[in-house]
Ligand binder design. Structure first.
Ligand code: ADP
Ligand code: MG
Length: 265
């Protein structure tokens, strides 16, 4: 395997807060790589910087050998780097097919017709196990199903790497299993994954490699079992077990799916 995504010495501050301080790590081609760490350690900021939603203050990001530092989110998406968001961005009043088409914003106009034909959208919904709900409003879905819709939205853009921000967060065990199966399936088909997740069972079961962040730094990178027992990592989780992370608790989720707002942080 060779690195498909390389983050080198990346820094990002918000005012005086160093959200990312000289972070480096790589995502190997064909891997499922985990990015874990306590709340506020910089994981979402890392995603934002990689995918062009935030601009790094310093450092370089390479994707498939190409320097993508500072490119816009649309450009990064068009190169084949897809992502989902920690908070659902699905529109509750639109049906699933319509949601997929709305999500085509980052795709060059010339390719939209081809990539977002009804047939292809159905294929993407099928890939996440939701084809039978294609004509239902997204608002009638559970929170976990909406996360699967988001995954379908990303798939439609044919990414070679997908960044998932807490795909299992707040979803029920059955759907967590379904999400894990979809990731494994897509990974077998050649899609590389970088996933932020607090659910340790999910991370340990899926990931080949795990990078750990603490207060804006990458403090460990390695195989899940090794990282899990790394004293620095246990210390980062306040001396407790990784499974005790309060972030593992299932958050309350609003039943109605209003067009969810973007990232809070
Ligand atoms: P994580 O995803 O690991 O929980 P985040 O990347 O969301 O962490 O946040 C890292 C730190 O950066 C936090 O202290 C957060 O409050 C801060 N932060 C993130 N985004 C912004 C922003 N747009 N403006 C100011 N501070 C931010
Ligand atoms: Mg986050």
């Amino acid at each position: 395997m060779s690195a498909l995504l390389e983050v080198h010495d990346v820094r990002k501050s918000f005012g005086g807060l160093h959200a990312l301080s000289r972070c480096s790590f790589a995502v190997e081609r064909g891997s499922v790589t985990g990015l874990i760490g306590p709340n506020g350690s910089g994981k979402t900021t890392m995603f934002n910087v990689i995918t062009g939603y935030e601009r790094a203050d310093a450092g370089t990001i390479r994707f498939d050998g190409r320097d993508i530092t500072g490119l816009s989110a649309d450009r990064v998406g068009a190169l084949g780097l897809g992502r989902t968001f920690q908070l659902s961005r699905v529109f509750g009043r639109l049906n699933l097919l319509e949601n997929l088409r709305v999500g085509s914003g980052g795709v060059p106009r010339s390719r939209r017709k081809e990539l977002f034909s009804e047939n292809r959208c159905m294929e993407m919904l099928d890939a996440v196990g939701l084809a039978r709900l294609a004509h239902e409003p997204a608002g009638s879905l559970s929170y976990g199903q909406r996360k699967l819709v988001e995954l379908a939205m990303v798939l439609a853009q044919e990414p070679s790497v997908i960044l998932l921000d807490e795909p299992a967060g707040g979803i029920n065990p059955t759907l967590i299993g379904q999400m894990a199966e979809r990731i494994t399936e897509l990974n077998k088909q050649g899609v590389t994954f970088l996933l932020v997740e607090h659910n340790m069972e999910f991370v340990m079961g899926l990931c080949d490699v795990v990078a750990v962040m603490e207060r804006g730094s990458v403090i460990a990178v390695g195989e899940p079992e090794v990282v899990r027992n790394d004293p620095r990592v246990l210390e980062a989780y306040l001396g407790g077990s990784l499974d005790d992370d309060p972030a593992n608790a299932v958050p309350a989720v609003p039943a109605a799916a209003a067009p969810a707002s973007g990232e809070s942080a």
